[in-house]
Design a protein around this ligand. Structure first.
Ligand code: PMV
Length: 326
């Protein structure tokens, strides 16, 4: 038996990956930039066993079948083909974060899976290779390999060998925080990011303009991270998220990820800013809102978001480490 355990963090995109140039290889049409969270992650143990006849997958103690299990086996097949073995595996994963709610749990999930599976088979991949492999599970998973702030280079090659993530330089000791109000009301998301992107690329009249603004958003984000300029960073990332959602809303049929609670929380962010508190929102392909700020404003923001009816808990995350083997 060959076994290994790895932990991979959730990452939240500040400049979103939105649209693929290759659906099978998860190759993006644009670069993206994310923050790795210190307190949201997936821990996965993979055990390969030559006696087993099929893969099994348990997530949060529940055996999974259908698409979820098939996706895990698809990624295990890639690892098996590199190792040139046919052994089946047991995969046991735990998330500290809501699953499939537009909170990037698939990113930490696939990054932990490839990290554990390759280690179990003694494949010594470097972080760029691990990032490329994680990308084949779910695009954004390639960013969950690294800690801190991370850019995913879209690459140009049709086989995807130049499409992987790398860490970005950031102002030393900058106390950035991401504040996430959680609510049971949000539930699992309606339209997956995979389906959302496809629909947007093929039908939203705004998708072409989204692409023309990305290079500028990336430049401004890199610069603001280096300078430690929260106002500039927040303005760009909030605009980027809203543009992404505008493309979704104008797809055919339209995709509206927001719920009444999402809009109520947006109102709180705008009010805080009017009161002089630098708080900026981002949203992935789901109803959850996440608020970027600095440590000294966190208490005030938590207090305000926590008072909105429907919010169960407010979680504060700092930039955290990348993949770790346990
Ligand atoms: O990696 P996927 O297929 O789950 O897509 C992620 C898409 C967004 O979360 C909306 C943006 C991103 O860059 O993470």
């Amino acid at each position: 038996m060959n076994r290994a355990t790895a932990r991979a963090p959730v990452n939240i995109a500040l400049v979103k990956y939105w649209g693929k140039r290759d659906d099978r290889l998860n190759l993006p049409t644009n670069n993206s930039i994310s923050m790795t969270l210190d307190n949201a992650y997936t821990t996965t143990t993979v055990t390969f066993d030559s006696e087993m006849i099929q893969d099994t997958f348990l997530l949060n103690d529940v055996p999974r079948s259908g698409v979820e299990a098939a996706n895990v086996s698809r990624v295990l097949d890639l690892v098996r083909s590199i190792a040139k073995i046919f052994w089946r595996a047991t995969v046991v994963s735990h998330n500290t974060w809501p699953t499939a709610a537009g909170l990037a749990s698939s990113a930490s999930g696939f990054a932990a899976l490839v990290a554990a599976a390759t280690r179990a088979l003694n494949l010594n991949l470097n972080l760029a290779e691990l990032s490329s492999l994680a990308r084949l599970g779910s695009g954004s998973a390639c960013r969950s390999v690294h800690g801190g702030f991370v850019e995913w280079e879209k690459g140009e090659a049709s086989d995807g060998h130049d499409s992987y993530a790398f860490p970005l330089p950031v102002k030393y000791n900058w106390p950035l925080r991401l504040v996430t109000p959680l609510s049971r009301r949000f539930g699992p998301k309606g339209v997956s990011s995979r389906e959302g992107m496809q629909r947007v690329v093929h039908s939203s009249p705004l998708y072409a303009s989204w692409l023309t603004t990305i290079v500028d958003d990336l430049d401004k984000t890199r610069r603001a991270l280096l300078d430690g300029n929260l106002k500039s960073l927040g303005t760009v990332i909030e605009g980027n998220a809203l543009k992404m959602h505008a493309t979704a809303m104008t797809a055919l049929p339209p995709i509206i990820y927001w719920q009444p609670l999402t809009v109520a929380l947006m109102g709180v962010v705008f009010r805080l800013r009017e009161e002089g508190i630098p708080a900026f929102m981002t949203l992935d392909a789901g109803p959850h809102l996440m608020v970027l700020t600095e440590l000294s404003y966190v208490n005030r923001i938590c207090e305000q978001l926590g008072q909105v009816p429907g919010v169960d808990q407010v979680v504060v995350s700092a930039p955290g480490p990348g993949v770790q083997w346990l």
